[in-house]
Write a new protein. Structure first.
Length: 277
C-alpha cells in the first residue's frame, strides 16, 4: 500500500471469518509509523480526513477506513457483524496495508474495537487515543434502552427517534446521517455485542492494563462519567473538549485536533523516527 505522500482512496478486498469484504479506505504515506483511525457507529472514515488540512500532521502517514456495515464498505453477510468481527476486520486491514506498529485513534464503537485490538496485540500499538469509547455499562445506556423494548418495533428506528428527541451537541447532525452511514442489517448484532462487552468484557481493566501512552478524550457533556478519576489515577491522560459531547469531532473539531496533535507530538518525541508505511 505504498503511496508516497499522496492521499489515496481505494477498496481492499478481504475475507474475514469466511465473509467477503470490500473495504473503503483512505491512506497516505509519510514519516514515522502511521496513525490508524477507527470511526464510530453511524460515522465514517471521513471523520478523520481533515488530518490532511492540519499542518501538525503534514508529514504523517495515516490510514482510515469504513468499518464493515458502515459507509462505503461492502459486506457479504451483514448479520455476522459484531465487535469481535470488527476487531478481526481491523487486523486484516492492517496486515493488508503492511502496517507493523502504529498509533491508534478510535471513537465510540471504533474506540471499543481499538481497545480490543490493542489488548490482543499490544506490541504493535505505540499509543492510543480513545475518543469516548465504551469502557463501562454507563457508556451504552441508550443502546441498552432500545434493546430492552419487548415490542416488535425496529431497534434502529427507536435509536434514531431517541436521538431526535435529544438535546446533546451535534445529536441532530448525527441522527440525520445514521440512515445513510449504517447498514440496517448490521445494527442489531452490533448493539447486542456492545452491550454484552460493556457488561461482561472487563473493558476498563483492559484499558488500564495497556502498556503504552493512552489518552481518553471526551466532550464536556460526558464529564460526569464515573470512571474518569480512575483513569486519571492510573496514568491515562484526560482531554475534556469544551462545547461538545459524545461527538467532539463534530462539535468542536479545532479543539479536538489540537489535543490529538499535542498528544501525538509527545509520543513522537519518545520514539525514534522511522518510516514503516
Amino acid at each position: 500500500m505504498q503511496s508516497g505522500n499522496r492521499v489515496v482512496h481505494e477498496q481492499l478486498r478481504l475475507r474475514v471469518q469466511g465473509v467477503n469484504l470490500k473495504i473503503a479506505a483512505v491512506h497516505r504515506g509519510g514519516v514515522d509509523e502511521p496513525i490508524v483511525f477507527l470511526h464510530g457507529f453511524g460515522t465514517s472514515k471521513e471523520d478523520y480526513t481533515d488530518i490532511t488540512q492540519r499542518h501538525e500532521f503534514s508529514d504523517r502517514a495515516f490510514l482510515a477506513y469504513d468499518a464493515p456495515g458502515c459507509g462505503a464498505t461492502e459486506c457479504a453477510d451483514l448479520g455476522v457483524i459484531d465487535v469481535p468481527f470488527l476487531v478481526d476486520a481491523a487486523r486484516a486491514v492492517l496486515d493488508r496495508a503492511g502496517i507493523g506498529r502504529y498509533h491508534l485513534v478510535g471513537h465510540s464503537l471504533g474506540g471499543l474495537t481499538a481497545l480490543l485490538l490493542a489488548h490482543r496485540e499490544p506490541g504493535r500499538v505505540l499509543s492510543f487515543i480513545n475518543i469516548k469509547g465504551t469502557l463501562a455499562p454507563e457508556d451504552c445506556a441508550p443502546t441498552k434502552h432500545v434493546l430492552s423494548h419487548q415490542d416488535s418495533g425496529d431497534v434502529f428506528f427507536r435509536f434514531i427517534e431517541n436521538l431526535r428527541r435529544g438535546e446533546g451537541y451535534s445529536s441532530g447532525l448525527y441522527m440525520s446521517n445514521l440512515p445513510h452511514k449504517v447498514r440496517h442489517g448490521a445494527v442489531h448484532s452490533i448493539f447486542r455485542s456492545v452491550v454484552e462487552l460493556a457488561d461482561h468484557g472487563d473493558l476498563l481493566n483492559k484499558f488500564l492494563a495497556l502498556p503504552f501512552p493512552r489518552m481518553y478524550l471526551y466532550g464536556e457533556e460526558c464529564a460526569s462519567l464515573s470512571y474518569l478519576p480512575l483513569l486519571d489515577a492510573n496514568g491515562v491522560e484526560l482531554a475534556e473538549i469544551p462545547h461538545s459531547g459524545h461527538l467532539p469531532m463534530y462539535s468542536n473539531p479545532v479543539a479536538t485536533w489540537k489535543r490529538i496533535a499535542e498528544f501525538q507530538a509527545r509520543c513522537r518525541q519518545r520514539i525514534p523516527a522511522a518510516s514503516r508505511w
